[in-house]
Design a binder for this molecule. Sequence first.
Ligand code: ADP
Ligand code: ZN
Length: 730
Amino acid sequence: MSDIVLKSEVASEESRVGVLLPLPLAGAYDYKLTVPARRGLIVVAPLGPRLSLGVVWGEAAGGVAESRLKEAVPLDGEPCLPAGLCDFIDWVAQYTLTLPGMVLAMALRSRQALEPETPRLAYARAEGEPKKMTPARARVLEIASHGLARSVPQLAEEANVTPAVVRGLIDCGALAAVTLPEFDPFRPPDPDYDSPRLSTEQGLAAHLLKGAVAGKRFSASLLDGITGSGKTETYFEAVAEALAQGRQSLIMLPEIALTVQFLDRFAARFGCRPAEWHSDLSQRERRRVFRAVMSGEAKVVVGARSALFLPFQDLGLIVVDEEHEQAYKQEDGAIYHARDMAVVRARFERCPVILASATPSLESYVNATSGRYAHLMLRNRHGVAELPEIRLIDLTQDRCEHGTFLSPTLREAVSRTLEAGEQAMLFLNRRGYAPLTLCEACGHKLVCKQCSAWLVEHRYRKRLVCHHCGYETGLPESCPQCGTKGAFTACGPGVERVAEEFKLLFPEARMAIASSDTMSGPAETQTAIRAMGKREIDVLIGTQIVAKGHHFPQLTLVGVVDADLGSSDGDLRARERTFQLLHQVAGRAGRAEKPGLVLLQTRNPTDAVMQALTATDRDTFYEQERKYREASHAPPFGRLAAIILSGHDGDAVREAGRIFATTAPAARGVKVWGPTPAFYALLRGQTRERLLLQAEKAVDIQAYLRRWLSLTTAPKSVRVVVDIDPVSFF
Ligand code: ADP
Ligand code: ZN
């Protein structure tokens, strides 16, 4: 399929081709082309009254009369998407049942990225001499004779003169123009800039990964190492190998882990920062990176899931770090799992893919233990650091006083840690003050008007907030149901409430809250995390955001306020997720010389998740999950897909659900469940119903779904979304 010259090109100079437009259309449209047709060639194509960007995709379908055929015109310089990317786009569209144009749209995010560069004009000292020399002119000429050429405003600013003075010097030939490229080039990372000395097990894993890169073939490896074992250092060696070959690498991180720390760490190893790709880039930066990736100049890209659709010229390696992260699943627009699609892209590029994690997804674990992926283990922490000791606090025995959430044992441990001059972290994966507010007089619960979710009190801001749609309101004076005044009571803890309790217990301790809240703002969270790193605070109280990647050498105690939270979510990955998150939180303790202690408050101390965490015997838990999934034909032993129906007209949505249930074709090895109201049956004012399709591994669920969808028409007001391999059951 790749590198094809389309047949029609041979026939004549002028050809008819199929052009895919980045729009929700069923397929490619026919156009006339007056240059040789190549798959991937980027063109501008008229569509109705406007012009659209498009990509030459394949043979024309025919059926359009010659006279009505419009002409598509290549962009200046005839930029072309690599054939491997085009094949990948087709594959993703097929697999996820997304219109191919919508997948193409992810690869053509910015029109500007494709326009020719506008060179910058800059000026340097030249032969000419001004007729009259003034001190101002002398200053400009002095500055211009050193270093790089500068723009007029730059020269004016540095010499502290008006731009007119600079222009006068240009006119008399004392300064001459040079053109600079629009963008500064990306510096090539140096594979040998600062190579670490690897431990024996790191060295062995690195050797195998380098071999995989050198082999220039598809392969998949699971780099399965405990937190702090040096997974990053290890896969950097594979990146170094790709660099040595002059090929490109893509390192994927969950958006939240894409931090300055990571880029600096890369720079410490390779001498300069990599190119970045994520949702926060400016248009200009986006354009710069896209072009440099397409030309092959950007050798390493560190990016979030959307980086998977960049037009790499010569990709030699893909790394998916924290491969178990749910953030890799894109839940709107084209619904896809970036980890799984990274493996597919690596196949199309014929390059290796490395999945790295301390707590792999069960899917990757099964692939690795069954031999489909290479399984590389790092069992030891780097240097002297030991894994922390993990103990359970049984809340049914070690009781908290009414309305409090820190047990006597946890309090004592905190106080010992503070006395020793060390740091502690309290973890609770719940933002705000309390997850539920109810009226004590009548039991009325305050819920979001648009969603079927409880409103969460944020006491610092004196607001009630819906964590699903962002709706917020003040706390009402009286109950909307019974009218009683001042009878609201907070139920359960959020981080703010734990912080309040902590302050009463330890008024002297320096404490900060870090929660992913938009209200306290990401900046405030960053400040808290930095303060912890610099030892300006003793205790950090936080949500999920503190679990990831941070390295606090003096942190010796981690207290998990509610270890049971999450396990009861009721989907097939709830326990796996709880395990992953708590393992990661625990991994924050004792990362340097001092040993760490982790205390988990739980009401189910005998549960397998709790036992796996304390015994630091992960694989017993994984084996149990594997058996459970095998017995229930759940992924990766069977296939799942969901059809989600939504709309403002609740009756129409429910009716569509019933229709879908009756039109589901009978097929061997396929079961259809539902319709059932989605977990949040009402979300952002939309009614939602779900159908779940469960199939044996051998079933082609895409073909089944296509057939089903072709047999079913939902009313216009109902949106129908297909989610292949769902991870969220909301
Ligand atoms: P992981 O990603 O497995 O949790 P990291 O790669 O973050 O572990 O490594 C943990 C710490 O140990 C980091 O500070 C890292 O720089 C350091 N480290 C790991 N391996 C080495 C090595 N071979 N030489 C020097 N420092 C190392
Ligand atoms: Zn809401």
